[in-house]
Design a protein around this ligand. Structure first.
Ligand code: TR5
Length: 174
């Protein structure tokens, strides 16, 4: 039942593209917000709808240090923030620029391997933002990394994209 409701909502959400859209293209769950719609962009509205939908997804795993960073209980150097995601500087940088981009609502995404179709809009949004942050911080190029599991050297079980740059990256990675 829950999966059906969330799936229906997400399939009704238009793709993120940043332009203005008609209120009629938005999910009916937002009907009571009609009065503020005219002042909002499509991405504002879609991002809010996606954040609400993500909050309905199960997330039974233990919270992590990133929840405390999101809640601002622990200080971090934030470089980007919106309704869906937060980017902050890694405390132990592996390159001159090392930013972590995380979803504000984990929604079961302890690891990228747990991604489902319900996360597709969030993950697309995060990739777009990772590219924007990367080019802003490292105009000469950068690397995006997602570690998964023990052999992937994952240490924090809240999905995050590493944005690394500011020096020549080598290949293959270690
Ligand atoms: O190893 P994975 O891919 O899981 O990456 C986790 C990243 O979180 C590492 O690069 C850590 O350096 C980073 N990390 C861990 C903590 C932390 C952090 N970045 C910013 N601020 C942090 N605080 C306050 N505490 C951490 N334990």
């Amino acid at each position: 039942m829950l999966a059906f409701r969330v799936g229906s909502l997400l399939s009704a959400i238009p793709r993120l593209h940043g332009g203005l859209i008609s209120p009629h293209t938005l999910p009916s769950v937002n009907a009571r917000h009609v009065s503020v719609r005219t002042a909002m962009t499509a991405s504002d509205e879609v991002v809010k709808a996606q954040a609400a939908a993500l909050r309905l997804l199960a997330d039974d795993d233990e919270s992590t240090i990133f929840d405390r960073i999101i809640a601002k209980d622990i200080e971090s150097t934030v470089v980007y923030e919106d309704e869906l995601c937060l980017a902050f500087r890694d405390v132990a940088p592996q390159a001159p620029t090392h930013v972590l981009l995380i979803p504000k609502v984990r929604a079961g995404l302890t690891q990228i391997r747990r991604a489902t179709d319900d996360h597709a809009t969030l993950l697309g949004h995060m990739m777009v933002q990772a590219g924007s942050i990367g080019v802003r911080e490292c105009p000469d190029g950068f690397r995006l990394v997602i570690n998964d599991g023990a052999q992937g050297a994952q240490s924090v079980y809240h999905l995050h994209i590493h944005i690394l740059g500011g020096r020549q990256m080598t290949w293959p990675p270690g």
